[in-house]
Design a protein around this ligand. Structure first.
Ligand SMILES: [Zn+2]
Length: 148
């Protein structure tokens, strides 16, 4: 069993919860919940988030709501490359109300995952691309979760 939390990505890319700040956590999903309608590029915000030790998944990457909110703007290839380089999975949220990522970006994310030592894992209602490995848990390659 893993104990995780969804952390908020602040506008400067810092994370409000990490396994380092809450040692009981095994893993963290980092997600954007603010500044979702901004026209500014948020690549640096997302890259900083996926490069934060302890972050295992970038959750609902755009903060998109289908037909209501397009979500954050970023150079997605750079974000996906940074995530792949750190072994951070990208959530593709298949919830009909979200569809985050949209299909074209989902294909880009899957392509990035396919070209890295990773795997794509189908989930109920969507697919998450996963390049995460036990080395991402607790943010240390030397400490995979115990009891697994
Ligand atoms: Zn969320």
């Amino acid at each position: 069993m893993l104990l995780g939390a969804e952390a908020n990505i602040a506008e400067d890319g810092t994370i409000d919860v990490t396994p380092g700040s809450v040692p009981v956590l095994d893993t963290v999903v980092a997600s954007v919940h603010t500044d979702l309608r901004s026209a500014k590029d948020q690549t640096a915000r997302l890259v900083r988030a996926v490069e934060t030790p302890g972050v295992a998944v970038l959750g609902h990457p755009k903060g998109r709501l289908y037909n209501m909110r397009t979500g954050v703007k970023a150079s997605w290839d750079r974000v996906f490359s940074a995530a792949a380089g750190r072994g951070v999975a990208i959530e593709i949220n298949g919830c009909p109300e979200r569809q985050d990522l949209p299909p074209s970006l989902a294909r880009t994310a899957l392509g990035r995952a396919a070209s890295s030592p990773s795997r794509a894992t189908p989930t109920r209602g969507g697919t998450s691309t996963s390049s995460a490995s036990p080395s991402r848990w607790r943010g240390s390659p030397a400490s995979p979760p115990s009891g697994s």
